[in-house]
Ligand binder design. Structure first.
Ligand SMILES: [Zn+2]
Ligand SMILES: [Zn+2]
Length: 299
C-alpha cells in the first residue's frame, strides 16, 4: 500500500481537438478546444501547448491564485507553432498579470526564432494587443539542453520529423513515473507506409524507446485506418498504428488525442468500441481511452 502522504501527479486535458476548434453540440463530450494539457505535481505545473484550451486554464489559474498567494510561475512547452497549438496564447489571462513569470519552451531547429513566430501571431493586423504589451515577465527559450528540470519534473524531448515543419515530443519524469506527450506526428510513415530502411529503423527505435513503459502516453490519433489512406503526408497518425506501437512499447495508459475536427462524440465513441480490444495482448493490458476536455487523471 502507498503511504497516505504520497503526492499525486495530476494530468488535465484543457483542449483535445486537432487542427481547428470545433464548438457545438456534436463535440460536447470530447470537447472542441485545441491542444492544451497540464501536468501538475505539488506546486509545479507544466503546460503542454497553448491551443484554445489554454484560455480556460488561464481563467482557472487566475481564479485560484488569490491576492495573498505568491505570483504564478508557469512553464509552457510547445510541441510546435501551428495555429492549433498557439492560438490560445493571446487569450491566456495570466500573461496579462504583472507578476506572472511565464517561460515558453520550443524547438531550436526552426528557420525562424520562436519569439518572432509568437510575436507575429499578435501582429496588429491579426490581434489588437502586441505581445510586447503583455505585462507578465515572459521569457522564450529555444531548448538547447538535453534535459530540463522544473521543480521535481525532469523533461526530456525529441524532434519528430514526420509532421510538416516538424514538432517536438516531451517526456515528463516525476516521482518515478513517466508521462509522454507526443502529438502531431505521422507514425504510419515510420511503422507502416515507408519501406523499412536504416532511417525508418532508427526512427522506430528512437520512438519506441522514448515511450517505453510510459505510465501515460498522450498521442496523436487523428485518423481512422480508412481516413489515413487519403491523408498520407498530412502529419498525423492512424489510431491502429498508435495502439500497436504503444502496446509494443509496454505503455500502461494510452490517451488518443488531437481528435479530427470532423469526428463527432458518437463517432469517437464508436471508434473506441472498435479499437478497445486491440489494447490487450498476452501478458500486457494497456488502458486505452480517448482524451476528453475537462478530464483529470491522477498518476
Ligand atoms: Zn495540431
Ligand atoms: Zn501541427
Amino acid at each position: 500500500m502507498k503511504p497516505p502522504n504520497e503526492t499525486k501527479t495530476l494530468i488535465t486535458f484543457w483542449g483535445t481537438r486537432g487542427s481547428i476548434s470545433t464548438p457545438g453540440r456534436t463535440t460536447e463530450k470530447y470537447g472542441g478546444n485545441t491542444p492544451c494539457v497540464t501536468v501538475t505535481h505539488a506546486d509545479t505545473s507544466i503546460i503542454l501547448d497553448a491551443g484554445t484550451g489554454i484560455r480556460n486554464l488561464g481563467i482557472d489559474l487566475v481564479e485560484n491564485s488569490g491576492s495573498g498567494n505568491s505570483p504564478l510561475s508557469l512553464h509552457l512547452f510547445l510541441s510546435h507553432t501551428h495555429w492549433d497549438h498557439i492560438q490560445g496564447l493571446p487569450f491566456f489571462q495570466p500573461a496579462y498579470i504583472r507578476d506572472t513569470q511565464l517561460t515558453i519552451y520550443g524547438s531550436p531547429r526552426k528557420e525562424r526564432f520562436l519569439d518572432s513566430v509568437l510575436e507575429d501571431q499578435m501582429d496588429y493586423e491579426y490581434f489588437p494587443i502586441a505581445m510586447s504589451a503583455l505585462t507578465a515577465e515572459i521569457s522564450i527559450h529555444e531548448i538547447s539542453e538535453e534535459i530540463i528540470q522544473v521543480g521535481p519534473v525532469v523533461i526530456d524531448w525529441q524532434e519528430q520529423i514526420y509532421h510538416p515543419g516538424g514538432s517536438v515530443r516531451y517526456g515528463l519524469n516525476i516521482n518515478g513515473k513517466r508521462i509522454v506527450y507526443a502529438t502531431d506526428v505521422e507514425l504510419d510513415k515510420i511503422f507502416k507506409v515507408n519501406p523499412k530502411n536504416e532511417e525508418t529503423e532508427a526512427l522506430s527505435e528512437e520512438y519506441l524507446s522514448f515511450i517505453s513503459n510510459a505510465d501515460l502516453l498522450i498521442a496523436d490519433g487523428q485518423y481512422t485506418e480508412e481516413e489515413y489512406t487519403i491523408k498520407i503526408g498530412w502529419g498525423h497518425s492512424s489510431i491502429p498504428v498508435v495502439i500497436d506501437t504503444a502496446k509494443q512499447a509496454g505503455v500502461k495508459r494510452l490517451a488518443i488525442f488531437h481528435h479530427d475536427p470532423q469526428h463527432s462524440d458518437s463517432f469517437l465513441d464508436d471508434m473506441w468500441m472498435k479499437n478497445r480490444s486491440g489494447s490487450h495482448s498476452k501478458g500486457h493490458h494497456m488502458e486505452l481511452f480517448w482524451a476528453r476536455e475537462g478530464m483529470t487523471l491522477s498518476i
